[in-house]
Design a protein around this ligand. Structure first.
Ligand SMILES: [Zn+2]
Length: 92
């Protein structure tokens, strides 16, 4: 099914993996395989794609990704520190 813009929250979130799991919590921008895309999910329900390359440029590629979740400000509700990173394996 095609969507004109954005992502379908209900169906896509199930296919995403929470970054803060034992498997991924110590990934850095450098160590995280290129085929994973980053998303930020907020407590308010907002779920957005984030550009991992921009974050890596800003914070350094050897930064643990999960340490930045507290710095994310949600563009929907404006709250900081309510978001968590999610991963999505991009089709290759
Ligand atoms: Zn929010």
């Amino acid at each position: 099914m095609q969507h004109r813009r954005g992502i379908d929250l209900t169906s896509s979130k199930n296919r995403h993996i929470l970054l803060e799991t034992p498997e991924f919590e110590w990934e850095t921008f450098e160590s995280l395989p290129q085929w994973f895309e980053l998303f930020a999910g907020c407590a308010c329900g907002s779920f957005k794609h984030v550009n991992r390359h921009e974050l890596a440029k800003r914070w350094g590629k050897s930064t643990y990704i999960k340490t930045l979740s507290g710095r994310l400000r949600c563009t929907a509700c404006g709250q900081k520190g309510k978001s968590a990173f999610w991963l999505h394996k991009a089709p290759r």
